[in-house]
Design a protein around this ligand. Sequence first.
Ligand code: ATP
Ligand code: PAF
Ligand code: BAL
Length: 281
Amino acid sequence: MEVFKTKGALKAYLKPLKASGKKIALVPTMGALHNGHISLIKLAEEHADVIICSIFVNPTQFTDLKDLEKYPRPIEHDLAMLDDAGCNGVFMPNVEEMYPFGADENWYIDLGNAEFLLEGEFRKGHYQGVTQIVKKLFDAVEPDVAMFGQKDFQQVLMIKNMLAHFKLPINIITCPIIREDDGLAMSSRNIHLSERDRKNALVLSKSLQFVIDNFDSYSLAALEEKAKSFYNNIDDVELDYFTIADGNTLEPAKSKDENSLVALVAAKVGSTRLIDNMIIM
Ligand SMILES: Nc1ncnc2c1ncn2[C@@H]1O[C@H](COP(=O)(O)OP(=O)(O)OP(=O)(O)O)[C@@H](O)[C@H]1O
Ligand SMILES: CC(C)(CO)[C@@H](O)C(=O)[O-]
Ligand code: BAL
């Protein structure tokens, strides 16, 4: 497995591969890898010949400095996992490589109204930062396909809107959420959970599963209310939102007949903010 710290070295590696017709997949990550990330690498193997994983903790998408500072960076462990998974190349630039004129460079694109809902409401400007770095990663790799996890449901929508904005010919593949045996969605931030937080964190997947299991039994409003009641009286868990939304607009679903329905949740468990979702249809 090759490791690249600069765009130049990465492009030099990819050029002959592209010239010989190889298809390139990009798997963007912020590192601290787990089996969710590895599932993206494995799925990429079904869509491309050469898999590039990027590891970059992007400062412009963090709205909370403490969250950025404590983001885990176990780089040796990450490289070993990627090598085992059969990844061909890792792009791990530093901040100067991605933001040569400083991380405060200008960036704003219209991502539609969904930018301001859910995560966008609680992490203002987050999706400008995400699309800014993903555009830079796309420019560096010029992949045929790029893999993203459904766990960040809204992120996939925002990246598709960014792609439409720039008319980029990249196939975006959304990968299913990989969970621990007890249902907790894998996340790099899970390592911050204390033993008690780890148990409490199950409320996210349980409340979502409740909606899936009882969808035919209650109205949308009753489903949402009952799911939210899972969060009453759990010490140290603070619900940011629980919503059943239209999967295309992320606006609250008006009826069960929408083309696409998804239940999404974000909650602070102890001091760790987690998100999760389940697609209803
Ligand atoms: N449990 C999971 N299953 C499948 N894909 C996942 C999972 N967790 C993260 N991903 C995807 O991996 C990619 C990189 O995500 P990232 O590096 O931010 O990891 P993460 O675990 O989501 O970390 P955190 O949520 O703490 O930021 C994203 O496309 C994300 O949606
Ligand atoms: C897509 C991404 C790598 C951009 O920094 C990040 O938001 C993530 O890991 O989901
Ligand atoms: N996985 C989404 C990246 C973030 O939380 O900033």
